[in-house]
Design a binder for this molecule. Structure first.
Ligand code: SAM
Ligand code: DTB
Ligand code: SF4
Length: 329
């Protein structure tokens, strides 16, 4: 086995540990330290080895159960304990979910992702969600759900219903996690991801940038994602959407170029994964989004709503795609 290089001896060219198969945080930090043009060039080279650089995947989100969540995630509009504008709603009826999925398909989405504000699903909830998965799959869409932590056997039930992807974000570096969330642990997230993999479901896992974390925390998050074995097929990179009433409502926004660097680091370390430019797009200029695509993002959330907050309207995205010559897949 090759020796692991020490941080002090690292050069940016060391940051491709294909032979070791694992990244170390200092290597990812070295990527962040590259001049931006070199970093983006490198990300584009990696991107073009594995993808058509002019193609973008589109997923549409629907919150199937909103608000009232027991957890204390400091960024989230749906945590019961914070006074936010989000109104609690119980699980949506199947016909509403199917109608939303059909509309998403008609607009051109290839995947439909259903989110629930749960710590984890109860067995009777899971049964209803499996009906939704079957129905959405029946429309010819890829399916994704994000339901929180899973108990033994639940991932198998989801697989059996035909689920393609399970979204469960690491959200932030293990060492920063306790400053944002205390009601569950980073290790619990890893555990659920293991159950999802074991059941043969594809993994969608990423994080949130701009929560007051350091660059080292960002590099560590990317390292933890890249070292999942195998890495997630889909990696959503969210820019914090500040929600009034939550503990993170007033965090200073992250510098745009630091966000672009995070996309590039995800692309370089997870060359075969779809990297999704996720929450926060509504606040981004067209030019910033284009820079994110240049840095290797090749997927977006598509449709005018995320879970509880806004997203650019589909028409606006189509106009942007046309201007950039991007083709949806
Ligand atoms: N309750 C489940 C869970 O926590 O996994 C599923 C829903 S939860 C809302 C899904 C993801 O949305 C979170 O892991 C987080 O990455 C993202 N998210 C939530 N609020 C956000 C915000 N204000 N800004 C950016 N991303 C956010
Ligand atoms: C992900 O990484 N981002 C999406 C999806 N997975 C579930 C959610 C973003 C939520 C943004 C805040 C909101 O709309 O409540
Ligand atoms: Fe609940 Fe998920 Fe929001 Fe955390 S991120 S409060 S688990 S809905």
């Amino acid at each position: 086995m090759n020796a692991i290089p020490q941080a002090a001896t690292l050069t940016p060219d060391d940051a491709a540990p294909a032979s070791r198969g694992r990244w170390i945080v200092a290597e990812v930090e070295a990527l962040y330290q590259l001049p931006l043009m070199d970093l983006i060039f490198r990300a584009q080279q990696v991107h073009r080895q594995h993808f058509d650089a002019n193609e973008i995947q589109r997923s549409t989100l629907l919150s199937v159960k909103t608000g009232g969540c027991s957890e204390d995630c400091g960024y989230c509009s749906q945590a019961a304990r914070y006074h936010t504008e989000t109104e609690r709603e119980s699980l949506l009826p199947l016909d509403e979910v199917v109608a939303a999925a059909q509309a998403a398909k008609d607009r051109g989405a290839s995947r439909f992702c259903m989110g629930a504000a749960w710590r984890g699903p109860k067995d009777r909830d899971l049964e209803k969600v499996t009906e939704m998965i079957r129905a959405v799959k029946g429309l010819g869409l890829q399916t994704c759900v994000t339901l929180g932590m899973l108990k033994d056997g639940q991932a198998d039930q989801l697989k059996e219903a035909g689920l393609d992807y399970y979204n469960h974000n690491l959200d932030t570096d293990a060492s920063f996690y306790g400053q944002v969330i205390t009601t569950h642990k980073h290790a619990d997230r890893i555990d659920t991801l293991g159950q999802v993999r074991e059941a043969g479901i594809m993994v969608c896992s990423g994080g949130i940038i701009g929560m007051g974390e350091s660059r080292r925390n960002r590099a560590a998050l990317i390292t933890q994602l890249a070292n999942l074995d195998p890495p997630p097929e889909s990696v959503p990179i969210n820019n914090l959407v500040p929600i009034p009433g939550t503990p993170l409502a007033n965090v200073a926004p992250i510098d745009h170029f630091e966000f672009v660097r995070t996309i590039a680091a995800a692309r370089i370390t997870m060359p075969r994964s779809f990297v999704r430019l996720s929450a926060g797009r509504q606040e981004m200029s067209e030019e910033l989004q284009a820079l994110c695509f240049l840095a290797g993002a090749n997927s977006i959330f598509y449709g005018d709503k995320l879970l509880t907050t806004g997203n650019p309207e589909a028409d606006r995205d189509e106009t942007l795609f046309a201007k950039l010559g991007l083709r949806p897949i």
